[in-house]
Design a protein around this ligand. Structure first.
Ligand SMILES: Nc1ncnc2c1ncn2[C@@H]1O[C@H](COP(=O)(O)OP(=O)(O)OP(=O)(O)O)[C@@H](O)[C@H]1O
Ligand SMILES: [Mg+2]
Length: 240
């Protein structure tokens, strides 16, 4: 069943159409990777799904509810969607534990003891149990990004959006972040990732979507997109 449907979404900045009628359906437990050149619209699409941008035309449904409806409450919808960006954006003045428990406590009304207990469980699961009391500036980039992902999971989102979460990292740290994403896939988390890491996209995605100048040119299973792309623009992007 479709968890998310994107129908004919257009996004314009002044006279520049950044998304040009994008259609995409994401099923529960599906992992979708958005690939495409810089400026093709990957981040904009993720930002539209999380209502950080308003769409100019088209509609987005989450769990059957039209979230682009002007009457929908953005705060309520964002409670169901986790998003992590390239720059991890942890709050520097808060410990790891406080970073993770902030939204569950303040937005979802979870009591501190329960929020902290859940946070410690998930930190343990991802090998960061000993960092609960640490401040972000004492963590490596890879650890900070793992905490940012854990923070996004702490509210039990239906859907996780990951925008180039490894691109600010030293190559040696990339693998620890990719590892957490692999684990999330195993737990059945529905995810949309924008990435320039083709090897990783091939490995993790159920579906690859190739965007070119705001158009979703081609999508399909990794083997099809990488080994037998149908569209010349996809071939050009992948193989030059
Ligand atoms: N707030 C904005 N105002 C005007 N133009 C914008 C704005 N945000 C993005 N754009 C433009 O929209 C286009 C798509 O940008 P977007 O960030 O979605 O690309 P991207 O595929 O994520 O690229 P990258 O791989 O570099 O992250 C670009 O041409 C960008 O300049
Ligand atoms: Mg981007």
């Amino acid at each position: 069943m479709a968890l998310l449907t994107i129908d004919g979404v257009w996004k314009r900045y002044q006279d520049h159409s950044v998304l040009r009628g994008v259609d995409l359906t994401v099923s529960s437990h599906e992992v979708v990777c958005l690939i495409g050149a810089s400026g093709s619209g990957k981040s904009t699409l993720l930002r539209c799904v999380n209502l950080l941008e308003t769409v100019d035309d088209g509609a987005i449904h989450l769990d059957g509810q039209e979230i682009t409806d002007v009457r929908a409450d953005p705060d309520d919808i964002r409670k169901r969607i986790g998003i992590v960006f390239q720059a991890y954006n942890l709050f520097p003045h808060m410990t790891v534990l406080d970073n993770i428990t902030l939204a569950p406590r303040k937005v979802h009304g979870v009591r501190r003891a329960e929020a902290e207990s859940q946070a410690r469980d998930i930190l343990t699961r991802f090998g960061l149990a000993d960092k609960a009391a640490t401040y972000p500036d004492r963590l490596s980039g890879g650890q900070q990004q793992r905490v940012a992902i854990i923070r996004a999971l702490a509210t039990h989102p239906r859907l996780l959006l990951l925008d180039e979460v490894t691109s600010a990292l030293d190559p040696t740290l990339v693998n620890e972040v990719l590892g957490i994403i692999r684990e999330l896939k195993q737990t059945g988390m529905t995810m949309i990732l924008a990435t320039h890491e083709m090897t990783f996209a091939r490995d993790i995605a159920d579906t690859i979507c190739f965007l070119d100048q705001g158009t979703l040119v081609e999508h399909g299973p990794p083997a099809q997109i990488f080994d037998a792309p149908q569209n010349p623009r996809t071939r050009e992007f992948l193989y030059g």
